[in-house]
Design a protein around this ligand. Structure first.
Ligand code: ADP
Ligand code: MG
Length: 863
């Protein structure tokens, strides 16, 4: 018999497999990465990657590696089956990319896998087909060269949700995959890697291609073009300096000799030489591409000290003894634990400071001399500054010359100052404090405290009378909320704020309080309420009649009033509220008085029960909870509106440069596009500003800035820049991927005045030639603007965008054609400017960043 439902039992193996596989192969990138790593592990020198529909349809990786032996066919795709290690101790010295034996089995679970392979010792190739459990289902001999081809069809189709997501985001997945592949292309010396993509039945296009060069430098050139090489300097390793060690709390004497061996290349730090993003940063530990977060951080930090607005191109390999690393941290092996990581950071910091320090120095010297006499430039060729600033030399691990070391650099100066400071106190302590402050938990605390405060502030401001009213409302509303499942926000905020002072049991109080409430508030609408009650509550007249009388339908006499009151007393006498008790005692007292006076002789002789029975008159109090709830809601809403306008100042920012950000945020939050049309024009001020009024708020608007912004946005949206033909088509040396991005977005380039000829048959990176450039009187555009557009378009393909310099040009055009300060405007002209503000995306700043509009005052605050 099956075990009971709650019993703990193992998940069946097939399900476990499906569950875990999606964690090994996360995306297109990991799928391709795992296959390429397998090929590299098999000693391939030639790897071909074929994608169909960016990899969504097919990923096929072929190599000329060792191939798979026949006896390994079965184990190839089984979970945790590997030829690379046998036990855990092997892991320390593992030199292959793979060792977990998960990739092929996971791919089987997530897609349809077919493998063609011919081992170097086999006479013929074999085609193997596997099912989702990694079990071989077909095996046929096929002709094949030595090596292996793994074909993955319809990745993720066994996980429907992920599959949909995957197909939806395929372009992004593809871009990330290319990024990952670039690392393997650069890092695999002597291996030719070629990747193509075919969309539908279209042409195959090259994604990336290297020539199998043994030099890192040439691989970089193959992937990113020769131009990229010109901006790089080789990494020159230095021992960590005292100052930096001190900063990290290290002692140089403790450092094991030859712990880290770092080689590679990095952008020069001259202005404009770096990149606008971190898109070209590749880190390797023992040739394994990975993401060492702290290393990435320190490299970028040091670079930023010298080139504030850019990021470097980076290729760095960190060589370290394999006993000092743990590569088995995550299934994709991209997080790596390093022993003595702080020394690594210290080495990196010291070395980079030195490399860039001399660079900066050189730049300053050059500039000064040039200022005095331009022709001195010749006497200071770059080559004299050895070796850090040298263009790429062939030796990739050149050591710094003594001359380079001796030069006094800015970085060195900075260091000597930091030495002065460190003994006096913990140099890093302020940073630490800051970090603690901004921890997510602290932030949470901060916000709770502050919201608590504001709530308090809001509600203590309320006048006492109002507050009393609220508590009544809150009791009712609480009760009503229980009845109707009404989660109106108005109810919540008020009842919450009053939680501390409302009587403990709403149920017991509701009788007395609601009675008062209805007397005070709804006297005039009793009739209405009653008839509504009939309708809404579905009470028939009969059911009302059954109770006897309807409130207010009988003429009232004193006697009846008396009786009613008595019944009320007796009702209340039953309740335990203080009020009830008080009434009770009064009741008895009055009765005693009455008895004394002999007013009720008949009472004397009868029991109390009889008395009540005789005098009792049932007066049904008709009311509908629903109607009441609605009315209460209305009252609460009105109340809230009032308190809101009283207590909530929507615009608090001062009109001052320091408050610009706050002011803009407030405006963005409070003013929607359609509000501009509703603004009343008060008039022009000082021939430069328009004063408008919306409800009780007055605003001041800069007539020039706002017109400029409008004109700018219109130019951005609608201008088609005129291109001028080049006499000779210009080669652009784009990477294969960038070339594809350009070809896929030709229309957008055209709108920006760039035109190209595409030669589909030319080798990749040579397919595109520039034939036309945008022109404008004082503006010269060039390939750097194309690079920028490509960068923007690879992030959001197909979305209209402009190079920053075109934007600058539009900004200056917009400025010239806009209403100037000092021009008198009539109401229509002002109205037009204000209406325009409602038609554009970002009305808050002119293209140069000048504010367009500010809140002056709320008239409520004055009156
Ligand atoms: P791992 O790489 O961790 O060993 P995989 O699932 O990626 O695990 O591969 C399983 C095994 O299949 C490898 O250990 C290797 O022996 C074999 N293999 C996979 N791909 C290839 C290939 N391209 N050429 C030769 N052998 C391969
Ligand atoms: Mg593998």
């Amino acid at each position: 018999s099956p075990p009971p439902a709650g019993a703990i039992r193992p998940i069946d193996r097939k399900s476990v497999h499906r569950i875990c596989s999606g964690q090994v192969v996360l995306n297109l990138g990991t799928a391709v990465k795992e296959l390429v790593e397998n090929s590299l592990d098999a000693g391939a020198t030639n790897i071909d990657i074929k994608l169909k529909d960016h990899g969504a349809e097919l990923i096929e990786v072929s190599d000329n590696g060792d191939g798979v032996e026949e006896e390994n066919f079965e184990g190839l795709t089984l979970k945790h089956h590997t030829s690379k290690i046998q036990d855990f101790s092997d892991l320390v010295h593992v030199e292959t990319f793979g060792f977990r034996g998960e990739a092929l089995s996971s791919l089987c679970a997530l897609s349809d896998v077919t493998i063609f392979t011919r081992h170097k010792a086999a006479k013929v190739g074999t085609r193997l087909v596997f099912d989702h459990n990694g079990k071989m289902t077909q095996r046929t001999p096929v002709p094949r060269q030595q090596g292996t081809t793994v074909s993955v069809q319809q990745l993720f189709y066994t996980l429907p949700v992920r599959h949909k997501e995957f197909q939806r985001n395929i372009k992004k997945e593809y871009a990330k995959m290319v990024q990952l592949l670039q690392a393997y292309c650069i890092g695999s010396k002597g291996v030719r890697i070629n990747c193509t993509n075919q969309v539908g039945q279209g042409r195959k296009s090259c994604v990336i291609s290297t020539a199998g060069s043994p030099s890192l430098k040439e691989n970089i050139g193959a992937v990113f073009g020769q131009k990229q090489l010109q901006s790089l300097i080789p990494f020159v390793q230095l021992p960590p300096s005292e100052a930096v060690c001190e900063e990290y709390g290290l002692n140089t004497a403790d450092m094991p000799p030859n712990l880290y061996r770092i080689t590679g290349f990095i952008s020069r730090c001259d202005h404009g030489v770096g990149r606008s993003t971190t898109d070209r940063q590749f880190f390797f530990i023992n040739q394994r591409p990975c993401d060492p977060a702290k290393v990435v951080k320190i490299v970028n930090e040091v670079y930023h000290l010298h080139n504030k607005h850019q990021y470097p191109f980076v290729v760095l390999n960190i060589g370290v003894d394999s006993e000092c690393v743990d590569i088995n941290v995550t299934p994709d092996k991209r997080q790596i634990l390093l022993q003595e990581e702080k020394f690594l950071l210290a080495i990196l910091k010291t070395s980079l400071m030195q490399m860039f320090g001399s660079d900066v120095n050189k730049l300053n010297v050059n500039q000064k001399l040039l200022d005095i006499a331009g022709n001195l430039k010749k006497t200071l060729p770059e080559e004299t500054e050895k070796p850090q600033v040298e263009m790429l030399s062939d030796s990739e691990t050149e050591s710094p010359s003594s001359e380079g070391k001796r030069t006094m650099t800015l970085a060195g100066l900075r260091e000597s100052f930091s030495l002065h400071q460190t003994p006096e106190g913990n140099f890093r302590s302020p940073k630490k404090v800051k970090q603690q402050h901004s921890s997510p938990r602290q932030k949470l605390l901060d916000t709770t405290v502050s919201t608590g405060k504001t709530q308090k502030a809001v509600f203590t401001k309320e006048p006492g009378g109002c507050h009393k009213m609220d508590s009544k409302v809150s009791i009712l509303s609480k009760y009503l909320r229980k009845l109707e499942d009404n989660s109106d926000s108005g109810f919540c905020s008020i009842s919450e704020s009053d939680a501390g002072c409302s009587p403990p049991e709403a149920g017991s109080c509701i009788k007395s309080e609601s009675a008062i409430y209805s007397e005070e508030e709804f006297c005039s609408t009793e009739e209405q309420l009653q008839s509504e009650c009939l309708k809404t509550a579905g009470c028939s007249k009969k059911s009302l009649d059954w109770d006897g009388q309807v409130l207010g339908t009988e003429p009232k006499s004193d006697q009846e009033n008396d009786r009613t009151e008595q019944s009320k007393f007796s009702q209340e006498a039953n309740s335990s509220s203080p009020r009830g008790k008080r009434l009770k005692s009064r009741n008895f007292k009055s009765k005693a008085e009455d008895l004394e006076a002999g007013k009720y002789p008949e009472v004397k002789n009868t029991s109390a029960d009889v008395l009540v029975e005789v005098k009792k008159k049932i007066v049904p109090l008709e009311f509908s909870m629903k109607v009441l709830a609605e009315k209460v809601k209305k009252v609460i809403q009105q109340q809230q509106k009032r308190t809101e306008t009283e207590n909530y100042r929507r615009f608090k920012a001062k009109i001052s440069p320091g408050d610009n950000k706050v002011a803009e945020d407030e405006l963005r939050k409070e003013i929607s596009k359609e509000m501009f049309a509703k603004m009343e024009i008060i008039g022009q001020f000082n021939l430069g500003f328009i004063i408008t009024k919306l409800n009780s708020d007055l605003f001041i608007i800069d007539q020039h800035a706002t017109d400029e912004k409008y004109n700018f946005e219109m130019l951005q949206q609608h201008t088609v820049l005129q291109g001028q033909k080049l006499i000779v088509p210009q080669n652009l040396n784009l990477t294969a991927v960038n070339e594809t991005v350009l070809i896929e977005n030709l229309e957008i380039f055209k709108k920006n005045g760039f035109d190209f000829v595409i030669d589909e048959n030319a080798p990749v990176t040579q397919r595109v030639k520039l034939v036309s450039l945008p022109t404008s009187k004082n503006w010269i555009f060039g390939p750097q603007d194309i690079d920028e557009l490509i960068f923007m378009l690879s992030d959001c393909p197909g979305v209209m965008c402009r190079p920053s310099r075109v934007r600058q040009m539009f900004a200056s055009r917009a400025c010239r054609k806009s209403v100037m300060i000092g021009t008198a405007l009539n109401v229509q002209e002002m109205r037009k400017l204000i209406t325009h503000m409602g038609e554009i995306e970002h009305p808050w700043n002119c293209p140069h960043g000048r504010p367009t509009m500010r809140h002056i005052v709320s008239l409520d605050m004055i009156s």
